[in-house]
Design a protein around this ligand. Structure first.
Ligand code: PGA
Length: 254
């Protein structure tokens, strides 16, 4: 595939896998993906498995991500995890503002922006998620929603920080439903987001930022999605829980 931007494919394990299961999956992925250099590959286990997965993928081409973090550096925030704590396990990426957190934990664009700044403060690369709900798409609001989320969730980032940020476009109606956006729907949304970045930052930044597609990505649709000019990778949920399907998504994308 001939793109300026290197593809980045991340597995979001969500609230799945005990430590033992996470270790099995990590070891299998390490074997399955040995030798792959064309794609940046990331796994995002639950917090409880970070330490062990970190050791298991040491000396491999797979990098570690977390699924969330606090906007605070330290202090009296019961149940929260700070960026500095993630760094102890060689975490490089952190998913922020996933639609499930926006929906169930009521995370706002402003909170996501504060978290993104805190992530950069600790040299973690944020994967900032945006995406419209089904009712919003059906009522023709997709671009309006994306504009609000992109401008709000990336507010305050410098050009340099933006260049090191990844965006995941995940239409909420495609997450875990088996319904994938058509390649045209994905490409249109990605191109729209890149246009917003160019207005908010500049053309150079917009050309540099990698935009992942997420929502029922599987081995059978990965190649077509990744072949779109503005689709630079994938954020994979369900299909990242098995070594074969995650491995095949990556291999089919090359
Ligand atoms: P899915 O999840 O691949 O299971 O649709 C994607 C995501 O939520 O990141």
């Amino acid at each position: 595939m001939n793109k300026d931007r290197k593809l980045i494919i991340a597995g979001n394990w969500k609230m799945n896998k005990t430590v033992a299961e996470a270790l099995d999956l990590s070891r299998a992925l390490k074997l399955e993906l040995a030798g792959v250099k064309e794609v940046d590959m990331v796994v995002c286990p639950p917090f409880t498995a970070l330490a062990d997965v970190s050791k298991a993928i040491l000396d491999s081409n797979i990098r570690l991500g977390a699924q969330n973090m606090s906007e605070h550096i330290m202090g009296a925030f019961t149940g929260e995890i700070a960026a500095g704590m993630l760094k102890e396990f060689s975490v490089r990426y952190v998913i922020l503002g996933h639609s499930e957190r926006r929906q169930y934990q009521k995370e706002s664009d402003a909170l996501v922006a504060t978290k993104a700044l805190a992530a950069h403060g600790a040299s973690l690369k944020p994967i900032v998620c945006v995406g419209e709900m089904l009712a919003e798409r059906e009522s023709g609001q997709t671009e309006k929603v994306l504009e609000r989320q992109v401008t709000g969730s990336l507010a305050g980032l410098s050009k340099e920080q933006m260049g090191e940020t990844i965006i995941a476009y995940e239409p909420v109606w495609a997450i875990g439903t088996g319904k994938t956006a058509t390649t045209a729907q994905a490409q249109d949304a990605h191109a729209f987001i890149r246009g917003l970045l160019s207005r908010m930052f500049d053309d150079t930044v917009a050309r540099r930022v990698r935009i992942q597609y997420g929502g029922s990505v599987k081995p059978s649709n990965a190649r077509e999605l990744m072949s779109q000019p503005d689709v630079d990778g994938a954020l994979v949920g369900g299909a990242s829980l098995e070594p074969r399907s995650f491995g095949d998504i990556i291999k089919n994308s090359i």
